[in-house]
Ligand binder design. Sequence first.
Ligand code: DAT
Ligand code: MG
Length: 151
Amino acid sequence: INDERTLIAVKPDGVQRRLVGQIIQRFEQRGFKLVGLKMLQVSEDLLSQHYCQLRQKPFYPSLLQYMTSGPVVVMVWEGLNVVQTSRAMVGHTNPAEAQAGTVRGDFSFHVSRNVVHASDSLEGAQREIQLWFQGNELLNWVCCDQTSTYE
Ligand code: DAT
Ligand code: MG
């Protein structure tokens, strides 16, 4: 259970606003392990698969336009309960309702520019990681502080 993984992405607004470092820092500081990281210009094809559940939503076309407007930094973080904990760290989908102390609550106020993506379930995380990463882009490595962060 300590090897649970989730997909976190800094969206184009987060990259443009130079928030990549601060977002990575929050996950490092919490104690999670980075096992994959890359910057890319996302294709519409990948995005339509990523957001397949949202195709019927009225905001879907503008979501696609925004997400393909510039580079995204996508990562895989590993650790105990990382899916659920990441969602808490990222905050409510609508930044207006996100708590201070969360990424969205600290860095955004509009639902269409909410800075970051985080997988919302274990199954979703597995699906998204396979979609965004090749197997050989994810590293298995031992963190030297493992015995200080896990019993
Ligand atoms: P989350 O990103 O918190 O998992 P989601 O999966 O429901 O939220 O939606 C994906 C993204 O779509 C979300 O981060 C921003 C956009 N979105 C969601 N609801 C929206 C709305 N009502 N208006 C505009 N954009 C919306
Ligand atoms: Mg979602």
